[in-house]
Design a protein around this ligand. Structure first.
Ligand code: PAF
Length: 292
């Protein structure tokens, strides 16, 4: 598995792949099939990332995994410096799951000296996590736009765990008329129900147990919906009540929103997004469910 370090290398590789496949007359490639899948990551890969790579491999002939801890999506007091980095293990996992290449640029490669172009998905960028983490989604949108443009991928794969990020990226791809199809993959959880995240390594044992309340909160709302309750006010009150059973965990937000606009709804309908974020110790975790 090759490791590419520059945008020119990535673009050259992607275009070479396309020309080569066309020259060989590979049908799936020339007649609307997916040649290249991109799995953008910040490394510290876990089973959630592995599932993205596997899904990419199923629907695309070749898979590029990008590993780049993007500084612009971290606030000044956030964990950019201590964000987990495990490059060799990441490459081994990517390779084992069928990735064709890893794209691992330096910061100066993605943000050359003097770089001043930022991508802002107005409105959406300030909802949910964007409200608590100003500038976060501008950083995400900027780097994802760069990755999609550089790779010329047919499909790019993102996890549903980052539901607000998914809404921002879908809007970005639609607004910029990008050719890449955005594919969203299910949340992967550990045996206790905790959604997998690279930040889970920050949690000690007691915090891991406390963190179960995130999933329990989602389940409490899901079961009310299953009983026929639809009023957002009632559902959110129940969510807060469940959350309060573990007072050590501090809520950032719990919201019932439209999955595309991220605007609050008054009544839950099939497809409504219940999203939450909370601090477990110093670690900020997010989770969500799409209501049936
Ligand atoms: O979800 C992530 O890991 C990051 O936000 C992404 C999409 C790779 C952009 O840096």
């Amino acid at each position: 598995m090759d490791i590419l370090r520059t945008v020119v290398e990535l673009r050259h590789w992607s275009r070479g792949l396309r020309e080569w496949s066309r020259a060989l007359g590979l049908q799936a490639v020339t007649e609307g099939g997916n040649l290249l899948g991109l799995v953008p990551t910040m490394g510290a890969l876990h089973a959630g990332h592995a599932s993205l790579i596997r899904l990419a491999r199923k629907s695309c002939g070749y898979v590029a995994v990008s590993i780049f801890v993007n500084p612009t999506q971290f606030g000044p007091t956030e964990d950019f410096a201590r964000y987990p980095r495990a490059f060799d293990e990441d490459c081994a996992l990517a390779h084992a799951e069928g990735a064709t290449v890893v794209f691992a640029p330096a910061v100066e490669e993605m943000y050359p000296p003097g770089a001043s172009t930022l991508v802002d998905v107005a409105g959406l960028s300030r909802r949910l996590d964007g409200a608590s983490r100003p500038g976060h989604f501008q950083g995400v949108a900027t780097v994802v736009a760069k990755l999609l443009i550089a790779s010329e991928a047919d499909c790019a794969f993102f996890g549903q765990k980052d539901a607000a990020q998914v809404a921002v990226i879908r809007r970005l791809a639609a607004d910029l008329r990008l050719a890449t199809r955005i594919v969203v993959c299910p949340i992967v959880r550990d045996h206790s129900g905790l959604a997998l995240s690279s930040r889970n390594v920050y949690l000690d044992l007691a915090e891991r147990i406390q963190a179960r309340v995130l999933r329990q909160t989602l389940i409490s709302v899901e079961s009310l919906v299953a009983q026929g309750e639809r009023r957002a006010q009632t559902l959110l009150a129940a969510a807060h009540q469940t959350f309060a059973t573990v007072p050590e965990v501090r809520i950032d937000y719990i919201e019932l929103v439209h999955p595309d606009t991220l605007l609050p709804v008054e009544s839950a309908v099939p497809g409504t997004l219940l999203a939450l974020a909370a601090y477990v110790g110093k670690t900020r975790l997010i989770d969500n469910t799409i209501l049936p």
